[in-house]
Design a protein around this ligand. Structure first.
Ligand SMILES: [Zn+2]
Ligand SMILES: [Zn+2]
Length: 390
């Protein structure tokens, strides 16, 4: 049997795992049922080590083949989102207010299918480390696993991550060298003015007027301060002030998000948000206090690893199945933390014409499991048989 036929033979069962996980979504680090499910499967497949509780609720499976020097990490995320599902599917979420709206159920089932296949054959030299992580959706589960010693306890030469992508046909993949996902930061700006009677504005410093000027001026950062050939986003997403019509309030609070595709632009955007907010407020006699929080870093693919993904997909599924120059997304990924420490690549697999990620009508495409698992197994073997770059 070919590699694809071998995967196809177990894909039907993997679809059932996916739907099982979909019915019981869990959020962030509270993954009791999900991580138990994953650990039980990995043990049943006969992996050499299955370690739970890594970085909170992460699960790591270790599979050793013939003697070899190299090790490769394959990562799936396991957490769901606080969204009320509207798919009406027979396997729809049974937990009110929670659903797998980002396809992490599918990522988990796809990597489990690959683990089962690799464990059954063990036709490789070296070690495969399966990383099932918690809290990708804003909880930095990758960082938690690293801080819990992931790479010290389970050292790898390379690490790879797959995310499904609505709009890309099922069975097709997309990768790129360099930045593929953006950094994501948050800011909070408190405008401190002087409240008073709405009919006596001359005695007040109106924080709503000042905040509006700040919002407008922040738009100049990307338009006028950022290299037109670079990428950046500054979005003000909340503006709260005042309670009634005849009072000018004392304060206003704004918040928003900042995205970038390289560290230099990220630093410039951070400095500009603070400078503009404080100086604009000062110009109107008010004061701005800015709190800027850095979130996930830029996800930067390493060239050799991205090339390996392209070569593996091409030899397995044909040239038309791989786009090696995918456009980066301004969304963010905590896979970035792994790539800051270990070479590797993060890439997309097609989810067909589904609703978008994080939409209440989204569902993972079960047909993507077979090609995804086939790529996982071939990629693991390709990475392990690569000449050591050390
Ligand atoms: Zn997501
Ligand atoms: Zn996701």
């Amino acid at each position: 049997m070919s590699a694809l036929e071998k995967i196809a033979a177990i894909a039907g069962e993997a679809v059932l795992w996916r739907r099982d996980l979909h019915r019981r979504p869990e959020l962030l680090y509270a993954l009791d049922e999900t991580s138990a499910f994953v650990a039980q499967k990995l043990n049943a497949f006969g992996l050499d080590e299955v370690v739970t509780g890594v970085g909170g609720s992460g699960v790591v499976g270790v599979l050793r083949g013939r003697p070899g020097n190299r090790a490769v990490g394959l990562r799936a995320d396991m957490d769901a989102l606080p969204i009320e599902e509207i798919t009406g599917a027979a396997w729809a979420s049974e937990k009110p207010g929670a659903m797998h709206a980002c396809g992490h159920d599918g990522h988990t089932a796809t990597l489990l299918a690959a683990a089962r296949r690799l464990a059954a054959d063990r036709d490789f030299a070296g070690t495969v480390v399966f990383v099932f992580q918690p809290a990708e959706e804003g909880g930095a589960g990758a960082k938690a696993m690293i801080e819990d010693g992931l790479f010290d306890r389970f050292p790898v030469d390379e690490i790879y991550g797959i995310h499904n992508l609505p709009g890309l046909p099922v069975g097709r993949f997309a990768v790129r060298h360099g930045a593929i996902m953006a950094s994501t930061d948050r800011f909070y700006i408190d405008i401190l003015g002087r409240g008073g009677h709405a009919a006596r504005p001359q005695e007040t410093i109106d924080p709503i007027l000042v905040g509006s000027q700040v919002v407008t001026a922040l738009q100049s950062i990307v338009a006028r301060n950022t290299d037109p050939l670079a990428s950046g986003v500054v979005s003000v997403t909340t503006f709260h002030a005042g309670n009634t019509d005849n009072v000018i309030p004392q304060t206003a609070r704004l918040s928003g998000t900042v995205r970038a595709l390289d560290g230099r632009v990220r630093g410039e955007l951070e400095a500009s948000v603070s400078r503009i907010a404080t100086t604009v407020a000062t110009a109107f006699g008010a004061e701005a206090r800015v709190l800027y929080e850095r979130g996930y870093p830029v996800t930067v693919n390493h060239a050799a690893a991205a090339e390996r993904v392209g070569d593996v997909v091409e030899s397995l599924l044909g040239q038309s199945a791989i786009d090696r120059t995918a456009a980066p997304l301004m969304a963010a990924e905590d896979f970035s933390y792994y790539l800051e420490r270990v070479p590797g690549a993060y890439f997309f697999m097609g989810n067909g014409p589904s609703a978008g990620l994080h939409h209440p009508a989204y569902d993972f495409a079960d047909d993507a499991i077979a090609p995804g698992a086939a790529v996982w197994t071939a990629l693991a073997k390709a990475s392990l048989s690569a000449a050591s770059q050390a």
